[in-house]
Every structure is written in structure tokens, then in C-alpha cells.
Write a protein that binds this ligand. Structure first.
Ligand code: AMP
Length: 609
């Protein structure tokens, strides 16, 4: 089978066959992918250093064996010098035989550091293939009855303008590189993606103008919208909050047929005026205004887009905290979490888009990259090791192939790509939940390692998210409150240190509740979080080497301000993920300025010692 077979995402019959072949032939495809990567790249400076003793004319099997034997697992610090050299004009071939066309920035919100990864033209073809498979799955599971009369998606997409290296190589977010590509323009936005957003809005470098026009066009097309969303849940929620603040102006534009003057980006203005806002439409403006004026805003997605069948956005991992807010906006619409994607490699797809968020698993497409897995624990209940996987008796990280992972075990993902990453540790933890044909299905479990630590305890991303969700379900959900954002940090500015959680809270009516929330409720939340933490944490609390956990409630818009800070530093809005924990002084300051209430745990947490 060709590594990137052509297919028509609208042809469900043929598509089913494609998915079956991809997942059934996983072992062969993985072998072919590694063979092809090595055929092309074993002479690069990077790989030559490890494979120089492989005799010329060695078979593909020997080369694969040598790769597994000799090429070490790498981290960002290992490839950074190569990326720097390419950025300053050295040839791509030091890392990869294909010309490197871009350097892609990761969002820097999950790992804390903004990283740069090489990318090639082929990577955009892979992305098109990947999005096509997702469109096919949506067609199979979510629009089986619609035939060619498919509606459109009100799907929010943003770019970050990016910059150039000293040698003239574009630096941009991976989503921005894709949105700029002909693959997206020619096939995705107008074709199998079918979006209400004009391409000029997606490519507009001004985030506010882009957001305004994408929502305006989504409202103008409300009669044909069959789904709404954005890549990550927090971006879509930001869109709905923007709409809440701007719907009156949008309705006035629709009523008069005239776009607000502040939309000044010429290509965007022209496109919206010529193709979307084609004259006064007071009837449509009245319909929209009457829905928007009705408080509370729960169910607003259904009311504004009555044909919407689902909300499409990633809601696993750190995005799970937004599920209650999305459920409230969607009033029963399914939440579809379609993909597991990272800048290093876009390959994870949800084969059952209608699975509940808590049950979502992703399959890694075996034709996109070569995947290996470092086992971290043997069971779901075991604590994630603070370090990094299991080692063999030579001290090498033990890796297994995609088809050899075991159900119930947890692994760290290691990828080898066509674009110059070799046995690269992505830093994500994946737990195997089952298999589809020969391809494993993974639950996203969180970022690797410990994100909070003061004393002997170690709190992983998963621990923290579970604790927050438990406290929310116990004490806030029953009272109708929603968590609009959460992040944490370990405050050791005074000793003994303590953990601080920043929460933005709202009621279903959309009112901010910081001032009138009951103190005891918040104190109980603090304790509930602490009681979910590990035994070492509870011991430290009893000994007094960690003091009471604190929740700082924030004013409305605090998490928007945090996102703005990250966007100003080069993160693309399409890739932004609210960080589960923060370390940066600047980020802390943004939140500190917006604190409206502070609550502390009043008891020592209980739990077995
Ligand atoms: P970036 O490369 O900066 O855009 O971020 C990619 C990271 O986002 C991944 O390494 C994951 O940590 C996180 N991520 C991507 N997809 C998902 C998902 N479906 N669920 C949870 N986290 C995700």
C-alpha cells in the first residue's frame, strides 16, 4: 500500500476499506515507513554519526536493525543545535534529505518551552491526508444521511504571523503553516472541511479582526451550519465569549449590510463584503439578536445554529476541564474530540467520534511516522514514575513497536519522522485502551513527569486534573457553577510552601461569581483537591512541610488575558492550550492582577498514610 494513498473523503464505502487496510496492516506499514525514512536519511549528518559502521549496500532489514541498536532516543536539546544551524543557513541535509521549508513552533504551553521543529513540503501532504481521514470518519459517523448535501462547519481557525530565520526560512506554528498552504486552500477549507470562515479571515494576522469576521460569517451562514468548533476546547470557548461581548455590533452589521469600520485588513474586508455580507438583512439580525439577548446563554450553540449536530474540539487531557462549559453551551450536543495532534507529528485520530469524552481514545495512523513507546508503568493504577520510563541493563530506554504495546499499560511516545526527528521523545503519556484491527488505541494521559513538587510528593498533570475534576463535581457542579479555566503553581515564596490553584468561575447565566461565592464551598474545594493528592503530599501536610492549599478565584477574562500573553509571545491561537501549571513570572503576574478572592483549606487532608 502506498504510504499516502489518495482517497475521496466523501466516499464512505472506499473510505471504510482504507481505514481497515491502514489499521490491519499497521506492522507492515510501520516497517515500510522506517525503511523509507532510513533509505532517504541515513546519509544525513545526524544519522551518519550513528550508522557509519553499517556497510554500504546493507539490506533494509539490516539498516532497520542498526537504527534500533545504535540510534539513541533524543530530546529537544539534542536536535536544537541542528535546528539552529539550519536556521542560520546550513543545508537541510544535516538532518533530513528533503528540503526543510519551515521551522514549526510548538505552542510552548504544555511543555513550557517554545520549540522549533523542521518541516518539509511532504508534511503538508501528510496533514491533508490526516484531515481527510478525520473528515471521512465524521462523514461515516456523524453525517451518514447527508449525502452530497453536507452543510458547513463554523470552525474557528487562526494563524500567528510568524517570522523568518536569518537565512530566510519561515518560522510559524504548524497550524499556521498548514493554513497558508495550497493543500488547505485547495482541498480542505472549501472541500472536505467546508467551513463558514473565509480563507481571508483565517489568514488575517490580526486575531481580533479574524475572530470577529469568522463569527460574523458563522452567523450569516447559520442556516447551513452542521457543526461548530475549534481545534482545542479553550479556543472555541473564547470564541463564544467573544460573541457574547460583540453580538450587538455583529447584528447591527447584518441589519445594515455594512461591516464595522475597524475591520481594516483589506483582503478580509473585501472578502466579507463581497462574498458574505451582501446587503441589509434585518430579519436575520432580529432572529440572532433575540437569541443572544436571552439569558442565560446555556444552549446558545443550539439556538444560534439549529442544524448543528455536534461541537468539534479536543476535550481530552487538560482540555477536559472545559467539558462542563461546552456541555452547557451545547445543551446536549455531542462533544466530538477528533484528534491527538502535536507539532512533531499529526497522526492521532478518534475512530469513534461519538464516544463520550471520558471514553475517547486515539489511533496513531501507522503510515505517517515511525512510532515507538517507552513503557512507564505496568498498570493504570501505578504512580507515573517521576523519571522517564524503564531501562534495559545497558541503561538504554526500552522501546517497543506500535503493534507490540499492551492493553492497560502506559507509555511515553517516541517518534521518528520523515522531517528529521529520530527517536524523539514527544513528552506525552498514552495508555493503551484496546486495539482496532492491529492498531492500538490510546487514551491521552497527560504530559510526562511531575508538574508540581514542593517536598517529597510528586503531582503529575493527570493527578492534578483528576483532583480538580473531583472537587468540581463534589462541590461546584451541584450548585450550577462552571469552571471557566484553571491553572496551578507551587508557591515557595514563603516557607513552608503551598500549592495555589487559580480558578475562573461562572454561573450558567454567564455572570461572574467571584464575589458572592460561599466561602465554605471554596474551602471544601481546597480540601477535596488535597485529599486526591498522593500519600506523600498528605504526609507533608501533616508534618507541616507544606501548608494549606489555596484557591484564588479570578475575575472574568483572566484566562483570556493569560492566553493573550502566550499569543504575544508567538503561540498560535489555534494551538493554544491553557497550561495546567505555570512557572513563568509574567504569567503569574497576569493572574495575580485579577484575583478577587482567596480561599484556604481549613483542615488537614484525610486519606490512608
Ligand atoms: P503543540 O505541538 O504545542 O501544538 O502541542 C501538542 C501537545 O498538545 C501534545 O504534545 C499534547 O500534549 C497536547 N495535545 C494534543 N492533542 C491532544 C489531545 N487530543 N488531548 C490532549 N492533549 C492533546
Amino acid at each position: 500500500m502506498a504510504l499516502l494513498p489518495e482517497f475521496d473523503p466523501a466516499d464512505v464505502g472506499a473510505g471504510r476499506g482504507l481505514i481497515d487496510r491502514l489499521t490491519a496492516d499497521a506492522a507492515a506499514l510501520q516497517r515500510d515507513v522506517l525503511t523509507e525514512i532510513l533509505r532517504r536519511n541515513s546519509h544525513t549528518e545526524y544519522l551518519r554519526g550513528f550508522l557509519d559502521r553499517v556497510p554500504p549496500g546493507a539490506s533494509a532489514a539490516d539498516l532497520r536493525e542498526a537504527f534500533k541498536e545504535r540510534v539513541p532516543v533524543s530530546e529537544y536539546e539534542d536536535i536544537k543545535p541542528y535546528v539552529r544551524r539550519i536556521a542560520s543557513g546550513e543545508p537541510s541535509s544535516i538532518l533530513c534529505s528533503e528540503p526543510i521549508t519551515h521551522l514549526l513552533t510548538s505552542s510552548g504551553t504544555s511543555g513550557g518551552q517554545l520549540k522549533l521543529f523542521p518541516s518539509t513540503a511532504e508534511k503538508l501532504d501528510q496533514r491533508l491526508f490526516y484531515n481527510g481521514v478525520q473528515a471521512l470518519l465524521r462523514k461515516m459517523h456523524l453525517h451518514p444521511d447527508q449525502g452530497d448535501r453536507r452543510g458547513k462547519g463554523m470552525y474557528l481557525m487562526f494563524i500567528f504571523p510568524g517570522s523568518l530565520t536569518s537565512s530566510g526560512l519561515p518560522i510559524m506554528a504548524s497550524s499556521s503553516a498548514y493554513y497558508h498552504s495550497s493543500q488547505f486552500r485547495e482541498h480542505d477549507i472549501g472541500g472536505f472541511g467546508r467551513c463558514t470562515s473565509p480563507i481571508e479571515a483565517v489568514l488575517c494576522p490580526d486575531g481580533r479582526q479574524s475572530m470577529y469576521c469568522q463569527l460574523l460569517c458563522g452567523l450569516l451562514d447559520r442556516g447551513v451550519v452542521d457543526h461548530v468548533g475549534g481545534t482545542f476546547a479553550n479556543a472555541f470557548i473564547r470564541g463564544i465569549q467573544f460573541l457574547e461581548d460583540n453580538w450587538e455590533e455583529m447584528c447591527s452589521n447584518i441589519r445594515t449590510g455594512r461591516l464595522s469600520d475597524w475591520i481594516a485588513h483589506a483582503p478580509l474586508r473585501d472578502a466579507v463584503a463581497a462574498r458574505h455580507l451582501r446587503g441589509p438583512d434585518p430579519a436575520l439580525a432580529d432572529e440572532i439578536a433575540s437569541e443572544c439577548a436571552r439569558k442565560p446563554w446555556d444552549g446558545i450553540v443550539r439556538r444560534l445554529w439549529p442544524g448543528a449536530r455536534y461541537i468539534l474540539a479536543i476535550v481530552t487531557g487538560s482540555m477536559s476541564q472545559y467539558i462542563p462549559v461546552l456541555e452547557s453551551y451545547g445543551a446536549g450536543l455531542p462533544l466530538v474530540s477528533p484528534m491527538y495532534v502535536c507539532t512533531e507529528c499529526a497522526a492521532g485520530i478518534n475512530l469513534n467520534p461519538l464516544d463520550l469524552p471520558s471514553a475517547v481514545s486515539y489511533a496513531l495512523l501507522p503510515n505517517i511516522a515511525y512510532f515507538e513507546f517507552a513503557e512507564v508503568t505496568h498498570g493504570d493504577d501505578e504512580k507515573v514514575q517521576a523519571s522517564t520510563g524503564l531501562y534495559d541493563n545497558l541503561g538504554k530506554l526500552k522501546l517497543v513497536d506500535l503493534v507490540d504495546v499492551k492493553i492497560g499499560r502506559r507509555y511515553e511516545l517516541v517518534v521518528t519522522t520523515f522531517a528529521g526527528l529520530y527517536r524523539y521523545r514527544v513528552g506525552d503519556l498514552l495508555t493503551v485502551s484496546g486495539f482496532y484491527n492491529a492498531t492500538p488505541l490510546f487514551r491521552f494521559t497527560g504530559r510526562c513527569g511531575v508538574i508540581l513538587k514542593i517536598d517529597y510528593e510528586s503531582i503529575s498533570e493527570e493527578d492534578l486534573l483528576k483532583a480538580i475534576s473531583q472537587a468540581y463535581e463534589l462541590h461546584l457542579r451541584p450548585l450550577g457553577y462552571m469552571l471557566g479555566g484553571s491553572t496551578a503553581y507551587a508557591d515557595i515564596s514563603t516557607l513552608p510552601g503551598h500549592y495555589v490553584l487559580f480558578w475562573e468561575l461562572a454561573t450558567a447565566e454567564g455572570n461572574h461569581v467571584a464575589t458572592d461565592i460561599d466561602r465554605t464551598v471554596m474551602e471544601n474545594c481546597c480540601l477535596a483537591v488535597e485529599e486526591c493528592f498522593d500519600q506523600m503530599y498528605r504526609e507533608s501536610r501533616r508534618r507541616g512541610s507544606i501548608t494549606a492549599l489555596e484557591i484564588r478565584v479570578l475575575e472574568r477574562g483572566a484566562f483570556d488575558a493569560l492566553m493573550d500573553l502566550f499569543l504575544s509571545r508567538g503561540t498560535s491561537a489555534s494551538q493554544y492550550k491553557t497550561p495546567t501549571a505555570i512557572r513563568s513570572e509574567q504569567a503569574l503576574l497576569v493572574l495575580e492582577e485579577r484575583v478577587s478572592g482567596k480561599y484556604f483549606s481549613q483542615e488537614t487532608p484525610n486519606g490512608p498514610l
